[in-house]
Design a protein around this ligand. Structure first.
Ligand SMILES: Nc1ncnc2c1ncn2[C@@H]1O[C@H](COP(=O)(O)OP(=O)(O)O)[C@@H](O)[C@H]1O
Ligand SMILES: [Mg+2]
Length: 308
């Protein structure tokens, strides 16, 4: 369980995150989705107790990150953006070293269990310097899982991996996410959709949307893009359509069709059809096209940018 309340972080005069309030419950995989510089890493560092917030606080696994940071660290596994690996160590030596740092009485068992979880038992004696990027990422995951933490915080767990490795790491995350709380960050929309039960979209340090991947898309159904095809050129029709209340983002597509969106909850299509006919056009087609997650994301982040 993670509960963040009004987390704010200033780096000098620069505000990196502002008033972030959110929750991740047990058994839930929550995705932090946002572009570079959105504040994902900053938030994760705060939640893992590596850095205090400027304002606000959070509870992780039931403990306050400021007052009880030792308890928090005992219960959190953290995969940082760059995992500090020591190339001269074998996989086993490295993980044993990390387990010893946690004063584990049964360090070797912990290492074996973690290696099994990430499917790397057969690599225990290999040197870290010889491992591929994907293998290193798995060691990073193993390191985060050593003490069987109830909360896992994974910062861009699949960044820099090739497609086959991405598939492997995602399936490991899904597996370990079943009974734990996972907060993971990504800037890849399809990844958030595949891995997460809930997605928090973060941009410029603020949460701009929070929902299930399915609902996020459904919420924007009203903002679906509609293609309007008329006989002949639609150029002169564009300003007519743009004037209709609720219509936005009218543009002429390369194929000559006119595309527009409309605000949620007002279906403007009948009015658009009437307007086209009234303007003397033969209406051939009026067809909704689903927004891609990329477009949804752009739209949500642009909306916040406009508010500022
Ligand atoms: N140590 C730091 N000192 C100053 N500014 C920082 C520091 N770390 C991050 N920032 C700034 O804070 C913002 C959020 O960064 P970060 O949390 O790394 O975002 P993300 O992980 O989403 O890419 C960015 O504008 C970044 O430049
Ligand atoms: Mg980051």
């Amino acid at each position: 369980m993670i509960q963040a309340i009004g987390l704010t972080k200033d780096y000098g005069a620069r505000r990196a995150i502002e008033n972030l309030t959110f929750e991740a419950r047990q058994g839930e995989v929550v995705g932090f989705l946002g572009p570079n510089g959105a504040g994902k890493t900053t938030t994760m560092r705060i939640l893992t107790g590596y850095m205090p917030p400027t304002y606000g606080t959070a509870k992780v696994a039931g403990f306050d990150i400021l007052e009880e940071s030792i308890e928090v660290r005992r219960r959190v596994g953290y995969l940082p953006e760059t995992v500090p690996l020591y190339p001269d160590m074998t996989v086993f030596e490295y993980l044993k070293f990390m387990a010893d740092l946690r004063h584990a009485p049964n360090a070797e068992d912990m290492v074996d269990d973690a290696l099994a979880l990430v499917g790397m038992e057969d690599r225990a004696d290999g040197y870290i310097s010889n491992l591929s990027k994907g293998m290193r990422q798995r060691i990073g995951l193993a390191q985060a899982l050593l003490h069987k933490p109830e909360v896992l915080i994974l910062d861009e767990p699949t960044i820099g991996l090739d497609p086959a490795q991405v598939v492997e790491v995602r399936s490991i995350i899904r597996e370990i996410g079943k009974e734990r709380t996972i907060l993971l960050s990504t800037h890849i929309l399809s990844e958030a959709q595949q891995l997460c039960d809930r997605v928090l979209i973060i941009n410029k340090g603020r949460i701009v949307a929070e929902d299930t991947p399915e609902n996020l898309q459904a919420r924007l159904v009203g903002a679906e893009r509609v293609i309007l095809r008329v006989r002949g050129e639609a150029d002169d029709l564009a300003p007519v359509i743009a004037k209709i209340k609720g219509v936005r983002d009218v543009d002429i597509q390369p194929d000559g069709t006119l595309a527009f969106q409309f605000a949620p909850n007002v279906d403007v299509r009948p009015e658009v059809a009437r307007a086209a006919v009234k303007a003397g056009y033969d209406l051939l087609e009026l067809r909704p096209v689903g927004l891609s997650l990329e477009e949804i994301f752009l739209q949500l982040t642009q909306e916040t940018a406009k508010e500022k």
